[in-house]
Structure formats: C-alpha cells, structure tokens
Ligand binder design. Structure first.
Ligand code: G3P
Ligand code: MG
Length: 248
C-alpha cells in the first residue's frame, strides 16, 4: 500500500506514551504530544453499563487503585478510581478517561487515533459494534478517521457491520497464524497489524501485494524500526516515544 492511501504516520505512540506515563490516560496522551507525537494507539472497552473507556486489561487491579473487572462496574464506579498513582506519585488522581474524553482531546490537538477494540471476555460483538458506532459519530466530519483494530475477528466483524466505512486492521499475536491474510480479508481490513517480531520482508510484501498496509507493535528499538520501514512497514506502534522521534 502506498503512503498516499495510508493516512497514518510512520510512528504511533502505544497506549498514549508507552511506559512514561500511566497507560491509556489523557496524561499519557498529553505526554506523547509533548514529545512530538501526533498519533496514538489506545485500548477501548465497555463499562458494565455500556460506557466506552480506556483500559487494557479486563480487570482494573493492575492500572488503578480498584479491584475487580471493568465489565462488572458501572461507569460511575470506574470514574472514581485513580488510574495514575500505580505508575508514579506525579500522576496521582489521574482518572480513567472515557473514549469520548480522549476523542475530544485528540481532535482538538490534531492527534490521530488507532482505536484498538479491546473487549472484555465475552463482549466481543457488543464492544465492536458500540466502539465503531461511537467512532463514526464522533468523527463524522473528520478527514482522517481512527484506524479500528482488534485481535478479535468477531469484534471486527461487528465493527464492520455497524460502520462499514471506518478503516480496520486485524491484530495478530506472535507467531502470525497461517490464515492471517484470509482473516484480514474476512473483516475487510485495510491493514495487517502484527507483532513486529513475527514480520519478515516477505510477509510485508505479501500484505502489500494484497492491498493491505502493514502496522506492527510494539517496536521500541530504533534500529529495528529502521529495518521495518526499509521493508515497507507503514506504521510502527512504540512505547519508546522518547527515543524514536515522531515521523509522518
Ligand atoms: O494495538 C497494538 C497493541 O497495543 C496490541 O497489544 O496488548 O498492547 O494491546 P496490546
Ligand atoms: Mg493495545
């Protein structure tokens, strides 16, 4: 895929600013922006009462001061949690943001989004449809829409059925499954989104030959990133926003 039809930059911050700030918070995205990043990947799932919010894990234990599962809590409960103190004292009091909060910030600050649909276990279709519909609404007048991605084929199918015009990427873990191309086609993806360690020049070429762009996560080494770009990888998702300078 040529860069003229792939509107996303060569570098995308992972979870806002990788590990430099509490992942998937507005503070993290602002930190990435302060370092020059104008694109970020985020993980989006639903509260028990259907509010879309940023969180990687099914549970809140690792990244907040709460206990339990996101899917078992209302947005009101989740909004009262501290999602910053676990990282470092400087971020104490940082809240879990809603997807809407983050979209408002990103649109106001020219930050592009790669919205990873990260469903709580068992809520794949519901989350795919809800996140796609909300994205469509929030970006109806935007020139560049978020790239929706997911490891869940079911979530991506639901996203496609809800908002067919939004671009989608199929995420895969390492190793890349043999049927990666068929699964990308199954969800009408515009891109393969692979673990960078699983990529080869030949895979990148095969994706491009089939009209797919290639994104990869989570590459934190500049020399490795340079090799991936030389192979034709379109975007790398990185934690190392302080080491790998933002590139359009
Ligand atoms: O979207 C790329 C990457 O974030 C996928 O892995 O576990 O960090 O969400 P994970
Ligand atoms: Mg992610």
């Amino acid at each position: 895929m040529s860069s003229t039809v792939w509107p996303y930059p060569k570098t995308i911050a992972h979870r806002g600013a990788g590990k430099l700030a509490p992942e998937n918070t507005l503070a993290a995205i602002r930190h990435g922006v302060a370092l020059g990043y104008r694109a970020t990947e985020i993980d989006v799932k639903l509260s028990g009462d259907g509010v879309s919010l940023l969180m990687h894990d099914d549970g809140v234990n690792r990244t907040t001061n709460g206990r339990g599962f996101v899917a078992n809590k209302s947005w009101r409960e989740l909004a009262s949690l501290d999602a910053g103190a676990w990282h470092s004292a400087a971020f104490t009091g940082e809240p879990i943001p809603t997807y809407g909060n983050v979209v408002a910030y990103c649109r106001a600050n020219d930050v592009l989004l790669n919205t990873e649909i990260k469903p709580s276990t068992g809520r794949e279709r519901e989350t795919g449809a809800a996140v796609a519909l909300e994205t469509q609404l929030l970006f109806s007048d935007a020139a560049i829409k978020p790239l929706l991605s997911s490891f869940s084929t079911d979530a991506l199918i639901a996203a496609r059925d809800a908002a067919p015009d939004l671009p989608r990427a199929h995420l895969f873990k390492n190793p890349l499954p043999d049927d990666w191309l068929a699964r990308c086609k199954q969800v009408d993806a515009v891109a393969l989104d692979a673990n960078w360690l699983t990529l080869t020049e030949r895979i990148v070429q095969t994706a491009h030959d089939n009209g797919l762009a290639v994104a990869c996560y989570t590459c934190n080494d500049l020399a490795a990133a340079e090799k991936l770009w030389a192979w034709g990888v379109d975007s790398i998702i990185t934690d190392a926003v302080d080491v790998i300078a933002f590139r359009r």
